[in-house]
Design a protein around this ligand. Structure first.
Ligand code: 4AD
Ligand code: MG
Length: 442
């Protein structure tokens, strides 16, 4: 059984006057004992189907009339262009109910169920996430998300980067021990990886330009608008590159993603109420660079209680980025605020050659990256000063022992980029099954 006709093509007028077969799910049904107006949805759109008793006969008409929302159907009929809401409708001639919905268990997601849910609407929809995926808002988010993923691949592949996979079970931290997920591993301890980076650096002398999109894991205890425990991480690593060159890639990547979603998903973005002019600015305008120290001064100037040396948390980034018109890079964080792999600035080793890219409209960090500490002496010094044991990192130190070269890379939170570009309130709106400290189901 295949499907040849998509509702979006019917709505685009490709089948006016023709007989077609619509395959989809009942979205809404109303009418009388003689005529039913049944809105059918598929992955591309909704169409009103007009079913008449005198055309269909009693048996099928009654079956259709009693079919509940989310029953799957095949309806055959003639496409008619109308001046009503959807522009096109199907005059049904015959059909079949494929997957009926049991009247004892009607589709649970309804306005009244949401309003009455004990734990509130949000928890109710999270409990029913597997069914909520079918709603137009989630479908829209997932389509935008697909375009973002596609844009990441096309950006790197068009520039001859090699897609490379790292292990997800690892022996050490990349981004600090406090968010490590420990897993029992045959009598030993292993961790779920926080980042592909260290294993990408091992392959850097082999491939020179590499990237991935993969899940990363962080035991984030606090639940915020922008943290997941399992998130999708687009990362790149490049040999013979400085912090500035790595940043250029980050900027071009995010601009490419912005122009791709504009090109492929402007209808979806508009349906979410997103201002397309904003996204055009993200695609077209250069991203300014400011130093960490300037950001601290700006925040202090606004009366915010922040000390030099702290990594900036969300509350501070939110204030800082509220007035930004495009994403901004923040560079030169204090050495004490960043993990050992960041390269100290030879001009002032109080700082490291790193960058975060902060999205505007209060969204904050979407990219973290920089230049790597690349000589053996320097990496050992950084590991020791952090008090990190050397043992799990021997393979990493070897990368420097055998022909170290300047190199760098970044990681981009793909879910965060989707949240920002779609204008969502919360990161869980853009991923099919969000994971946080309280939820691993459904
Ligand atoms: O800034 P982070 O921690 O940097 C790294 O992991 C580097 N090792 C990446 C690299 O250089 N290859 O994480 C990178 C990005 C953040 O900017 C953020 O967008 C995203 O990953 N991120 C999260 N997204 C969702 N939920 C979380 N808990 C996230 N933690 C980080
Ligand atoms: Mg970061």
């Amino acid at each position: 059984m295949s499907k040849d006709i998509w509702i979006s093509d019917i709505l685009a007028g490709k089948y006016d006057g023709s007989e077609v077969e619509v395959k989809g799910w009942i979205y809404r049904s109303r009418g009388s004992n003689k005529i039913r107006f049944i809105v059918v949805r598929d992955s591309t759109g909704n169409i009103q189907c007009v079913a008449k008793r005198d055309v269909l006969g009693d048996v099928f008409f009654d079956e259709l009339k009693s079919s509940l929302i989310e029953s799957s159907v095949i309806l055959k009929g003639i496409v008619q262009s109308t001046d009503r809401e959807h522009g096109h409708e199907l005059q049904v001639l015959s059909g079949e109910i494929i997957g009926p919905v049991n009247p004892e268990r009607p589709f649970p997601i309804t306005e009244s169920a949401m309003a009455e849910a004990d734990g509130g609407e949000t928890e109710f929809l999270l409990d029913n996430r597997h069914l909520y995926l079918r709603t137009s808002r989630m479908t829209t988010m997932l389509k935008i998300r697909s375009s973002v993923f596609g844009a990441v691949h096309s950006y790197f592949r068009d520039r001859d980067f090699i897609e490379y996979q790292a292990p997800n079970f690892v022996a050490g931290a990349v981004e600090g021990g406090s968010t490590l997920f420990e897993v029992p591993y045959f009598g030993r301890k292993a961790y779920l990886t926080q980042s592909w980076q260290l294993y990408a650096e091992a392959a850097m002398p082999a491939l020179e330009r590499l990237y991935t999109i993969a899940p990363s894991f962080r035991a984030e205890k606090s639940r915020t608008r922008r943290h997941l425990t399992e998130f999708w991480h687009a990362e790149m690593e490049i040999a013979w590159a400085s912090n500035n060159e790595v940043m250029k890639h980050g900027e071009r990547l995010v601009r490419h993603i912005s122009s791709t979603v504009l090109e492929e998903r402007s209808d979806e973005l508009s349906s979410l109420g997103r201002d397309l002019d904003l996204i055009s600015q993200y695609a077209d305008n250069p991203y300014p660079i400011i130093r960490y120290d300037e950001a601290i001064e700006t925040l202090q100037g606004k009366g915010i209680d922040v000390e030099w040396g702290q990594d900036l948390d969300y509350s501070k980034e939110k204030i800082l980025t509220a007035d930004f018109e495009v994403p901004h890079f923040l560079t030169h964080y204090p050495r004490i605020a960043k993990p050992f792999y960041h390269r100290p600035d030879p001009e002032d080793p109080k700082y490291v050659l790193c960058h975060d890219l902060l999205a505007p409209e209060g969204y904050g960090e979407i990219i973290g990256g920089g230049e790597r500490t690349w000589s053996e002496a320097e990496i050992l010094e950084r590991i020791d000063e952090e008090g990190t044991p050397r043992e799990p990192y021997e393979f990493y130190i070897d990368t420097r022992r055998y022909g170290g070269v300047p190199h760098g890379g970044f990681g981009m939170g793909v879910d965060r980029v989707c949240t920002w570009l779609s204008g969502a309130e919360h990161i869980r709106e853009v991923i099919p099954f969000p994971r946080d400290s309280r939820r691993v189901t459904p």
